[in-house]
Write a protein that binds this ligand. Sequence first.
Ligand code: ATP
Ligand code: MG
Length: 225
Amino acid sequence: MLLKTLDLCHDVPTAEGTLRILDHIDLEINHGDSVAIVGASGSGKSTLLSLIAGLDRASAGSIQLDGQEMSEMSEAQRSALRQRYVSFVFQNFQLLHGLNAVENVSLPLDVRGEKGTRAKALHYLERVGLAHRATHQPSQLSGGEQQRVALARAFASEAPIIFADEPTGNLDAHTGEHVADLLFDLNREQTTTLVLVTHSDALAQRCQRVLTMNAGRLQAQEPRS
Ligand SMILES: Nc1ncnc2c1ncn2[C@@H]1O[C@H](COP(=O)(O)OP(=O)(O)OP(=O)(O)O)[C@@H](O)[C@H]1O
Ligand SMILES: [Mg+2]
């Protein structure tokens, strides 16, 4: 078991009082799984993804990543765990402005002291079809191009788990299928575990499992073969 949650709950303060946005989520994800999280807008998908990726601290319950209990960790400890296990493709990309495309992809590799990071970054930009935009700033890229830089950054880190929030949301059908192919190639070739949030049925159907969120609860688990 790579990732496991038990009674995971998340509350946020609002003007009307405390709002429960995740309600007793139990889930298990195995090494090498591909899992789609689907559900209506506002059902809690992004919140769930950010908690299980260790980006945020849950209000209550347990989240274990490779047997390590994240709910009891400090931000620094969670950050160290993320560096080792996780790459994340954000719904709004979160590219760093002031760095061009190739620098955005290589930065996480530079931070961990890798050598030859520019060549590796260029390789992954090429794989997402963006070699010709390597020196563009995020502001000089279309939404879909920024999304592909974010995907290249996630791929380049070669982490055991990729969490991706609407990874094809801004892409045309053809480009979306191409980056989905890359995601599933990594899943197969490098046994990368994939956890994605998507509104695309076509993308969800390519995953081994589909989990449905409904108003903060996990509704169904449909096993696939
Ligand atoms: N910090 C916050 N404070 C108050 N409400 C929040 C906060 N974060 C999320 N919410 C609310 O929690 C609910 C779940 O949000 P979340 O972003 O997880 O939804 P989602 O399923 O990813 O939706 P979408 O498909 O539109 O991206 C939403 O109703 C949202 O308004
Ligand atoms: Mg979302």
